[in-house]
Design a protein around this ligand. Sequence first.
Ligand code: PEP
Length: 239
Amino acid sequence: MTKLLILNWKMNPATLKEALSLAKASDYKNVVVAPPFPFLEEVGKVLKKSRLGAQDLFYEEKGAFTGEVSAKELKSVRVKYVIIGHSERRHKFDETDEMVAKKMKAAAENKLIPVLCVGETIEEKNAGKKEAVIERQLKIGLFLYPRPYTLNPFIVAYEPVWAIGTGNPETPESALETIKYIRKILNAKPYTLNPKILYGGSVDSRNLRDYLKYKEVDGALVGGASLKKEEVKKMISYV
Ligand code: PEP
């Protein structure tokens, strides 16, 4: 199966000029580029092969929600994918599983492809709670509200919180085991869901192949390394 690379720029770069230059260097098939909101429309115009992603959305359709962005607004600038429940949203902005579920619902209803991020903190890992945390995040995120997931595609990204932006990635073997565990939950009756499942957390051009070599790992969500053109060029040659 073709592997997918999602490039999460987070709150970078500082200017539209830099964003367009990075977007041009990231424009390859099997790549989703997720720039900050202000750059979405212009970045979308320069992407010919890769798809446009947003880093978040708000679940209401419109109205008095200062600072928020709706699914319809994202669609209007040709966004196709949206990252939901990223660990920085969960842990720096106190996003709850219920908010994540509402965002998943809004994305699905508007035919955006949601990328549901799940993953444990270091405290949860050390307390032996990794599986329970992931199961809870998946079940609330996907099933709190009924929606046509059997019809609409979605993606899951396994991102251990302690591995994000730390230069300390989960080992490929352990990431593989967790991805198999996620697949098992999504395939247990009454569910028969078969999304792409990605790994994310300090992935770069040196370690990407160690994850992608497993057929169960459908790709990677990359933060820091997605801001360096040379890194992007190398990583793209592996998907
Ligand atoms: C991310 O932003 O989801 C991420 C995995 O970041 P980094 O690659 O920098 O760890």
